[in-house]
Design a protein around this ligand. Structure first.
Ligand SMILES: Nc1ncnc2c1ncn2[C@@H]1O[C@H](COP(=O)(O)OP(=O)(O)OP(=O)(O)O)[C@@H](O)[C@H]1O
Ligand SMILES: [Mg+2]
Length: 420
């Protein structure tokens, strides 16, 4: 971007959340937006050359619309912002010769068995795993895995259908949970029953790595420490940035991540890679590569601790091929905590004003309201609100987020015939 091109690059932006649309204002790029159903079309229209409609979960439908857009003004890059549009977006990018990850790369990230196979083939470590059609097949995998097995949909996200089985006695329940999961939860037309992956249970502490790529070069923005609800579902309950690792541990986590990104051919845009650092800290194993920015407001936490806006930086990476510099941190640490009340019908929510008054608290969001139903904490969709906080260091940020989350109580009462 040392000089401004006469004609700015044209980016096809697929399904942006309305609350982040403002981030696309003022960037040196021409946008066409594929409308987000239920999103703010007027606002989309105010920032784009055009807003078009397409079923972006269907590669053929999306490509047909993208070809019309391309005919009006050539598309230089394609950026998808939702899980179900990632693969169709990659098909469009390849067909139009635009910047974006290839469909082969997307498949390697979204098919968790394919990712395991690729990492093994590239000498990046073996994790026992098998796609199973029956409980008996899962039992055979468990017998090879002394620490237990995780059963999960082979193409899941949002933690849907994840269940640990440490023993054969726990296997039937885990199988029922994982095999009953529907992974197309956002757009029900995509809801095919999916196959169950049985995978060696990796133990240790989990982290995620937030990165941006341009033409196959990767820039790490942050390493995040993950908190989960633990066994059996490991639902994410919080994140701390930056993770407080020793330089050696940090390197182990980064090596595992960057080697995996190269192994799947990751070339363009934001990425959120989940990594298990084994006890002792000498070995790290990739759990999952997400070909998008992290959910759970992680992009917002990254902004606090680096000064870099991941969405804006992603647009610049795709449209201009540039990666950001180190940035200037706005805070030494940032954290998010999720509220996970007892399941049932919400009768009242208390302590919000007190929580908001705690030093370091930035925002309380996604709070359930009186009358809402809270389901048992089986996946990320059943959390009841969140608190974002920042502080001079990660400990202070985490302490503020913890204190605020503790202060808020989402009171529930059992729902007859439903709540156990
Ligand atoms: N093999 C494994 N060993 C240990 N823990 C695992 C394993 N697989 C999954 N988990 C735990 O379950 C969580 C969810 O798994 P995974 O990321 O594969 O599912 P997901 O549906 O893609 O979740 P999300 O979209 O929330 O990241 C992981 O973050 C991790 O805590
Ligand atoms: Mg995951």
């Amino acid at each position: 971007m040392s000089h401004q091109p006469a004609r700015l690059p044209h980016l096809l932006l697929i399904c942006p959340r309305s609350d982040v649309l403002g981030k696309f204002v003022g960037l040196p790029v021409a946008l066409t937006v594929v409308h987000r159903p239920g999103g703010d079309r007027q606002l989309e229209e105010s920032l784009a050359l055009a807003v078009v409609d397409a079923d972006f979960t269907d590669p053929h439908a999306l490509l047909a619309v993208a070809r019309e857009v391309h005919a009006r003004r050539p598309v230089d890059a394609v950026l998808a912002l939702t899980e179900l549009s990632l693969h169709p977006a990659s098909v469009v990018a390849q067909a139009l010769g635009a910047r974006g990850n290839s469909p082969a790369t997307l498949t390697l990230t979204q098919d968790k068995a394919a990712m395991r196979g690729r990492l093994r083939d590239r000498g990046l470590g073996e994790v026992a795993h098998q796609v199973c059609a029956t409980l008996d097949e899962a039992r055979a995998v468990l017998r090879r895995c002394p620490s237990g097995v995780i059963l999960k949909p082979v193409d899941g996200n949002g933690g849907t259908g994840v269940h640990l089985a440490r023993t054969e006695g726990e296997l039937a329940e885990a199988w029922a949970w994982a095999s009953g999961a529907r992974t197309g939860f956002v757009w029900p037309q995509a809801a095919d029953a999916s196959s169950v992956l049985a995978e060696e249970f990796l133990t240790g502490q989990e982290f995620s790595v937030e990165s941006l790529s341009a033409a196959g070069r990767h820039q790490v923005l942050a390493v995040t420490r993950k908190h989960t609800s633990g066994a059996p579902h490991f639902v994410e309950t919080g994140h701390d940035l930056p993770a407080m690792l020793t330089p050696a541990q940090n390197q182990v986590v980064l090596d595992a991540t960057l080697n995996a990104l190269d192994a799947v051919g990751y070339a363009w845009g934001p990425c959120h890679t989940e990594v298990m650092l084994a006890e002792g800290g000498e070995r790290a194993t990739v759990v999952e590569i997400n070909a998008r920015q992290g959910g759970d407001q992680i992009w917002e936490l990254v902004h606090h601790v680096t000064g870099i806006d991941m969405l804006q930086a992603a647009v610049l990476a795709l449209a201009h091929g540039v990666l950001p510099g180190p940035g200037v941190a706005l805070a030494g640490g940032a954290a998010i905590r999720y509220l996970t009340p007892r399941s049932g019908r919400v009768t009242s929510v208390t302590g919000v004003a007190e929580a908001r008054a705690i030093e370091g608290v930035i925002r309380i969001g996604e709070l359930r309201e009186v009358g809402d139903e809270v389901m048992p904490l089986g996946d990320s969709w059943n959390r009841a609100g969140h608190v974002v906080a920042a502080g001079p260091d990660p400990k202070a940020a985490a302490a503020a987020a913890d204190a605020a989350a503790d202060r808020i109580t989402v009171h529930t009462e059992p729902i007859e015939g439903k709540t156990p």
